[in-house]
Ligand binder design. Structure first.
Ligand code: COA
Length: 231
């Protein structure tokens, strides 16, 4: 695609997921990458994997033609950034969706704005992925799964059919979730966990079989002013 045809794209948060997202964009040749924004001034002017860190979040307002993807690895941080940008008049129409070209999104599946699908993901049928969701490489999402806004699905997760991952939930690498179960909003499932029962909201579960480890930070308390974008 020519540079004129591709929309300019800013990646918000200059951490690992942003760098991975940049590589997916290059592979897809879907946008013209401008660089990263980051709230940490120490990063401004740095070049990461060949792309510059242009400045803080205010860069987004100064480049109204650019579309945006929120790339912090934490769904809570993505949610906080989306709320802050919405308050500044930057809404759904400014967010791009990034899908690695190796991922086939069947016509029965939907992917919301601002979401990132990295390489090797399998989606079978009738999978619904919300807004600002991050799905890491080689995850398997099967029939009728629903992944709500701001959720994070780490590498090599397998969701059996009819699973619902709630808003902002974090499913750690290699976790398995049995069919028709739910992972509650803002919960965390640790890496390698085998989920055999519904995980309530705002809890951390680990192990095989998965069990309660501790409480998690609920959505209502993620609105503090510290915005970490480096994970
Ligand atoms: C679940 C998790 C969030 C817990 O982190 P934490 O609250 O800092 O917990 P700790 O490391 O202090 O461990 C607490 C206990 O849980 C156990 N534990 C932690 N993670 C576990 C896991 N994934 N499976 C089984 N047990 C686990 C620890 O062994 C420890 O047990 P102990 O009290 O008997 O010694 C974290 O371990 C995890 O799995 N994060 C996901 C990482 C990931 O998937 N990254 C991929 C990025 S793409």
């Amino acid at each position: 695609m020519t540079d004129r045809a591709r929309q300019p794209l800013l990646l918000v948060g200059a951490g690992g997921l942003a760098r991975e997202t940049a590589q997916a964009v290059y592979a897809a040749d879907s946008h013209r990458l401008l660089g990263f924004t980051d709230d940490n001034p120490a990063r401004w002017g740095c070049v990461l994997d060949g792309l510059p860190v242009l400045g803080g979040t205010e860069v987004i307002a100064s480049m109204p033609d650019a579309v945006v993807v929120l790339c912090p690895g934490s769904g809570a941080v993505r949610a906080r950034l989306a709320a802050r940008l919405a308050a500044g008049g930057i809404g759904a129409e400014r967010f791009a969706t990034v899908v690695h070209p190796g991922v086939h999104v069947p016509p029965s599946c939907t992917v919301g704005h601002g979401s990132i699908l990295l390489g090797g993901i399998a989606m079978t049928t009738a999978v619904t992925i919300g807004n600002h969701v991050a799905v890491m490489p080689n995850s398997v999402l099967t029939h009728d799964d629903v992944v709500e806004d701001f959720a994070t699905i780490c590498a090599s997760v397998s969701l059996a059919g009819g699973v619902r991952v709630g808003a902002g939930a974090y499913v750690g690498a290699g976790a398995l979730v049995r069919e028709n179960l739910s992972v509650g909003p803002w919960s965390t499932v640790g890496m390698g966990t085998v989920v055999l029962a519904d995980v309530p909201a705002a809890e951390v579960w680990v192990g095989n079989p998965g069990r309660f480890l501790r409480g998690a930070e609920p959505a209502t308390s993620v609105g503090n002013s510290t915005v970490r974008t480096d994970h």
